[in-house]
Ligand binder design. Sequence first.
Ligand SMILES: [Mn+2]
Length: 365
Amino acid sequence: MDTVKILHTADLHLDCRFSGLSAQKSKLRRQELKDSFADALKEYSDADIVLICGDIFDNASFARSTVAFLENLFSSYPDTSFFITMGNHDPCNSRAAEMLRASVPDNVVIFSDKAEYMELDELGVRVYGMSFSDKYEYESFMTEFEVIKDDYINILMLHGELTGKLSESKYNPITAEQLELSGFDYVALGHIHNFDGIHLAGRTYYAYSGTHEPHGFDECGPKGVIYGQVGKGMCRLGLKTTALRNYEDIRLDISSARTQEELADMISCAVADKKSFYRINLTGTLTDNISVDCGLLEETTDAFYIKITDSTHHSYNLDMLALETGLKGYVAKNVLKELENCSDSDVAKVCAASDYLFELIDNGV
Ligand SMILES: [Mn+2]
C-alpha cells in the first residue's frame, strides 16, 4: 500500500519568554527551542512532508532573527514540503505571521484563514488546512472541509481544541464525531501541548503531537514530534522524543533520612537528569536531627533548575512529652505503653497515629 512519510509538530512557541528563569537561562532556552526543532528535522529528514500545526511563535513579540532562522531551515530541505497553519498565539493577522509569509521559500505552504488544500501529485497526497485569523475562533473549522474521495491520501492539519460540545471552546472546537464523519485519513492537531497517543474515530486517525520542547511545569512528561507513515485508512505513527530538557514535578518522602548527608543524597538521586527542571516537594516525618533549609538544598544540588518546598513535619519525642503534665503528657504515656505491647509490624502505624494526635492537639488540623 502506498504511504507518505510525515513529521507532525506544533506549538513550538519560539521566542517564548520563560519568565520564571534568569535572563541568561531564558535566553539559552529560547536558543534550545530552535536547536531542538532543527535537530528533529535533521533526524527525520526523510519525511516527505512536515506539518506544523500552529503556535510556531509564542506571541506578538518575536525576533526577526527567528524568522530568518526558519527561512534558512526550510531552505535547507528543498525536497521536503512544509505545511503551516497559524494558531491562537500567532494568528494570520499577527506581525510574526506576516513576516513569515513574506520570507518562506517555495517549498513552504502557509494556510490562510480560509479552508484550503494542496495536492502533491507525485506523492498522491492532499494536505488540507486553515489558520486562525485572530486570537479566538468560536466556529469549528471542521465544517468548512469536504474531503475529495479518490485514491489520494487525505491529511488535514488544524490548530484547535477537542471538545465534547462545539459550544465549549473558543479555540476552533472539534468533536470526535466530526472527526469520525470527516473522511480524512489523518488529522494532525496542534494546541494541546501534550502527546497522548494516536487515536481513531471511525476510519480517521488523529493526534496532538504536543510541543517538541516543554515550556513550564504544566508540560511535564515526554515531549517530541510525531513521525511515521500515513496511508489510506492506516497509519504507523509514534512519538519520537526530542526535548533537550524536561520538567519534573516530584513528591519526595524523606522520612528515612537519618543525617543531613543522607537527605542531600536522597535529593541528588531524585534529580536523575541534571539538565532538567525540577520542582521537589519534600514530605514525611523527620527526626530532630534533620532540618530542612530549602534555599541551601537548592544551592548545593546539581541541577539546571531546582525549586524545593518543605511539607515535612517533625516526629514527636514521646519520652520528653511523657514528662509533661496535661493532655500531651497523658497521650504520650499511653502511646509508649501501646508501643511496648504492640507487634513490630504495628510500630509504624502506632507512631503515625500518635503524630497525627499531637498535630491535632498542637495545630487543630
Ligand atoms: Mn500553543
